[in-house]
Design a protein around this ligand. Structure first.
Ligand SMILES: [Cu+2]
Length: 117
């Protein structure tokens, strides 16, 4: 009877041990995800969808541009991308930002309503 009890206790310890390891791994996963804001120039709804689409690089889980204060809130995995890369990508589709400036050629090709300069 005593050995049965010991076996049960040992099994419970193993089960709890594994679940706490799994939990700590989940925790480290979620804490490594970063959310940052970046100033990004733009005007209208078209700019908003262009900016948000361009910001969705691999590793970016969320991108939301606020047309009132011209900021982009971006949630990403720092192991896969970084804010400089996101800034460069936004400049490549015509939107000046804190990290990079759009080429005049690309900027001039934007629709009239999107000319923010
Ligand atoms: Cu626009």
């Amino acid at each position: 009877m005593k050995t049965v009890k010991i076996i049960i206790v040992a099994l419970l310890a193993i089960v709890f041990g594994f679940s706490s390891i799994a939990q700590s791994q989940d925790l480290s996963k979620t804490t490594s995800i970063k959310t940052e804001t970046l100033k990004v120039s733009g005007n209208c709804g078209m700019c908003k969808s262009r900016i948000e689409k361009a910001a969705k690089l691999d590793g970016v889980s969320k991108a939301e541009w606020n047309s009132t204060d011209k900021t982009l809130a971006v949630t990403y995995d720092p192991a896969k991308t970084n804010i400089d890369q996101i800034g460069k990508k936004l400049a490549s589709v015509g939107h000046d930002n804190e990290k990079a400036k759009a080429d005049d050629k690309i900027y001039n090709a934007l629709p009239g309503c999107c000319k923010y300069r």
